[in-house]
Design a protein around this ligand. Structure first.
Ligand SMILES: *[C@@H]1O[C@H](CO)[C@@H](O)[C@H](O)[C@H]1NC(C)=O
Ligand SMILES: *[C@@H]1O[C@H](CO)[C@@H](O)[C@H](O)[C@H]1NC(C)=O
Ligand SMILES: *[C@@H]1O[C@H](CO)[C@@H](O)[C@H](O)[C@H]1NC(C)=O
Length: 383
């Protein structure tokens, strides 16, 4: 534990703390954001207070010696976590940061090494599944360069797929469910292999039947919502007993309905209705956009800004603003086991979003963005 004498701005730990020679010297920067209402996971502090971070980590240290940022009575949130994106170009991360999204969970970019190339200081942090699994003949199986080992016609191929993705450095496993397959036994083999290796499983599911397959195989994150029929009580009972978490991506579903000319009730009754039913029954809901720039898919929610559309659509579906914010921060971090972020607590990453207005009063205030910090590196959207 450092003491106050060691953490004045711009000293080096080695010289300030008298560490033995040979210890790597590292510049220490300390920042204090003052005059802010601070999110505690459930609400904002009624009183204005100060949040301190040192070299990218939140700290309980006093603000003495810190570079001061005046929060002007604003509202300080943990950085937002988009639980469904497709980062096929590192530049998309800039747009996400501009909109306060400090963690992007990629759901299908390949190879995994192309995601690693996007990692840099002060840039929205990424996790990825690498290429999703599917069967031959689906939309994604026909994308240019789609890897052959992602085709899983049977359980053995499913297990091999899991081994390959983990060896490549995938953070979690993604399976694209489709009427063509994979079937329940194959998905179950994928889930068992992934869980045995300590990895979570995200499934694409845009029909009631695909949700049922995800439920039967106990995949961790059924993603999207059905467009053919709303999730109902029998389905919800399984989601709840399995402890499954939904990522509805309503902005994607609404965009698909609009772009394909489907009747608006397909969205309101089935997509939004599913989110409403799941939320009311207590199924945890995370905030994901499906932001992508893929010309082969029916809709392309923009990076960053669509996160705020998703928050609004979730609130329209009946999710309380507080729960929408939790789904965008602490709940997402907890469910994806990103225990170093998602809350404003000493020791966690200084991923922060400063708003000038209270998003629990009106979720539209999530766009009143003053400043963003990614791992302690400040970004000023107005600059
Ligand atoms: C908030 O401020 C009021 C007025 O200064 C003070 O009485 C109260 O104790 C403070 N509450 C907290 C939780 O700090
Ligand atoms: C996928 O299906 C097509 C069309 O039936 C076939 O030509 C191709 O060989 C199949 N690919 C694999 C990897 O099975
Ligand atoms: C879809 O269309 C509805 C009805 O016109 C509109 O309110 C909504 O904003 C549209 N959504 C998107 C994402 O285009």
């Amino acid at each position: 534990m450092l003491t106050i004498t060691c953490i004045s701005a711009f000293l080096t730990i080695a010289s300030a703390c008298g560490l033995p020679s040979g210890v790597e010297k590292r510049e220490v920067t300390k920042t204090a954001i003052q005059n802010v209402h601070v999110w505690n996971g459930n609400s904002f502090s009624p009183n204005l207070s100060t949040v301190v971070f040192i070299n990218g980590k939140l700290s309980n240290a006093p603000s003495l010696g810190a570079t001061v940022v005046d929060g002007n009575g604003g509202y300080l949130l943990p950085g937002l976590i988009d639980a469904h994106t497709h980062i096929t170009d590192c530049a998309y991360l800039d747009a996400m940061r501009r909109y306060g999204v400090t963690t992007a969970l990629d759901m299908g970019t390949y190879p995994v090494s192309s995601i690693d190339a996007c990692r840099a200081s002060g840039v929205t942090d990424i996790r990825t599944s690498g290429a999703a699994a599917t069967v031959n003949g689906t939309l994604i199986s026909q994308l240019p360069g789609f890897p052959a080992d992602s085709l899983i016609p049977n359980p053995a191929a499913g297990r091999r797929f899991v081994r390959n993705r983990i060896a490549q450095g995938a953070d979690y496993i993604k399976v694209f469910l489709d009427p063509l397959g994979p079937d329940e036994a194959t998905l179950a083999a994928v889930v068992q292999a992934a869980h045995a290796a300590g990895k979570l499983v995200v499934t694409h599911a845009t029909t009631y039947a695909d949700y049922s397959t995800a439920e039967a195989a106990d995949a961790d994150f059924p993603t999207h919502v059905p467009l053919d029929k709303a999730i109902d009580d029998p389905s919800i009972a399984k989601l709840l007993s399995n402890g499954q978490v939904s990522i509805p991506t309503l902005i994607m579903m609404q965009s698909i309905v609009n772009n394909t000319g489907a009747p608006p009730v397909v969205y309101t009754l089935n997509a939004q209705g599913s989110a409403t039913n799941m939320y009311n029954a207590g199924v945890p809901i995370l905030v994901g956009t499906d932001a992508n720039a893929n010309p082969y898919v029916p809709a392309n929610p923009p990076f960053g800004s669509s996160f705020h559309d998703e928050l609004k659509l979730l609130v329209q579906a009946g999710v309380s603003p507080v729960d929408a914010i939790r789904g965008a921060t602490s709940l997402a971090a907890n469910k994806f086991r990103l225990y170093d972020r998602g809350s404003i607590q000493a020791g966690l990453r200084a991923d922060l979003l400063l708003l000038s207005a209270d998003p629990t009063e009106d979720i539209g205030n999530s766009l009143a963005i003053e400043k963003v910090w990614v791992n302690g590196v400040e970004f000023d959207p107005s600059a």
